[in-house]
Write a protein that binds this ligand. Structure first.
Ligand SMILES: Nc1ncnc2c1ncn2[C@@H]1O[C@H](COP(=O)(O)OP(=O)(O)O)[C@@H](O)[C@H]1O
Ligand SMILES: [Mg+2]
Length: 269
């Protein structure tokens, strides 16, 4: 249903994503994994139509997100849910208004109906009764759960999650992973989960895409990824700090930098 074709994105000299073909499985959970700076968020934002690619296409069926009208894009967005990195709750609104926000924005439903829908979403994440709390009064795990409820408010067909478990303790992280998995399975929701959390990604995904420096270096079922004999994949899975994926990405010699770079202190011998 969603396909990226030769999709790329550069910011000036930085190639955030090299031309990439990607096929998101309908009704399944696709995990986009990789280290920090590997291009995960960029790929997610391109697939969600939040950003224009430098080249290539994003196909939703036979429509190219990059060439449809703003109005059509707005329509499509109503069937998408987003959970952004850092939860991105609206700080001046309480839990109820945060979850109700998409419903107020996109529908003309009566407040009574909206109240029922918000209650259902909050029940699903175990936070019914917390409607009046402000974001500053929530723990990190609660904030993610509210963000999850908000992402689900419009019963989306497609949901994009950016680092849904980052910064959470193992139990809260497990809660969010289970929520994503159960909701995706029950509603046959197409889910795209960006994460650098190896165990969360491999546990919940049907299909895993592993990025490194803006390129896909491995793709397949979690089992296929675990069994991969690519040394870079194994380094990532084991969390080893150095290996084929180097610890330092500097291209110039450290000694040269220390001794010759203008503006740095010269070492006297
Ligand atoms: N708006 C931007 N402007 C400039 N560089 C960016 C921007 N967004 C991302 N990048 C760069 O693109 C690369 C990939 O970033 P990102 O997709 O955020 O990685 P990830 O989500 O895997 O950590 C990084 O080198 C990052 O610094
Ligand atoms: Mg990111």
């Amino acid at each position: 249903m969603i396909r990226g074709e030769q999709l790329s994105k550069s910011y000036g000299d930085v190639i955030a994503l090299a031309p990439t073909d990607i096929h998101v499985r309908e009704g399944k959970i696709t995990a986009i994994m990789g280290g920090s700076g590997s291009g995960k968020t960029t790929l997610l934002r391109l697939l969600a139509g939040l950003e224009k690619p430098s080249s290539g296409h994003v196909w939703y069926g036979d429509e190219d997100l990059c060439s449809i009208s703003d109005r059509r894009l707005y329509e499509l967005r109503q069937s998408m849910g987003m959970l952004f990195q850092y939860s991105a709750l609206l700080n001046s609104l309480n839990v109820y208004d945060n979850v109700a926000f998409p419903l107020h924005e996109h529908t003309d439903l009566d407040e009574e109906v909206i109240q029922t829908m918000v209650s259902m979403k909050l029940e699903q994440v175990g936070l019914r009764g917390f409607e009046h709390l402000m974001p500053s009064e929530l723990s990190g795990g609660m904030a993610k759960r509210v963000a999850f409820a908000r992402a689900m408010a419009m019963d989306p067909k497609i949901v994009f999650f950016d680092e849904p478990t980052s910064g959470l303790d193992p139990i809260s992280s497990g809660v969010i992973s289970t929520l994503i998995q159960n909701t995706a399975r029950k509603n046959r929701m197409t889910s795209i989960v960006v994460t650098h959390d190896v165990s969360a990604g491999l546990t919940i995904a049907d299909h895993v895409i592993l990025l490194w420096q803006g390129r896909i270096i491995a793709e397949g079922t979690p089992d296929a990824i675990r069994d991969s004999d690519d040394a870079r994949v194994q380094q990532f899975l084991e969390g080893r700090p150095d290996g084929p994926i180097p610890f330092s990405r500097s291209t110039t010699s450290y000694i040269d930098d220390l001794t010759h770079r203008p503006g740095t202190v010269r070492l006297e011998t």
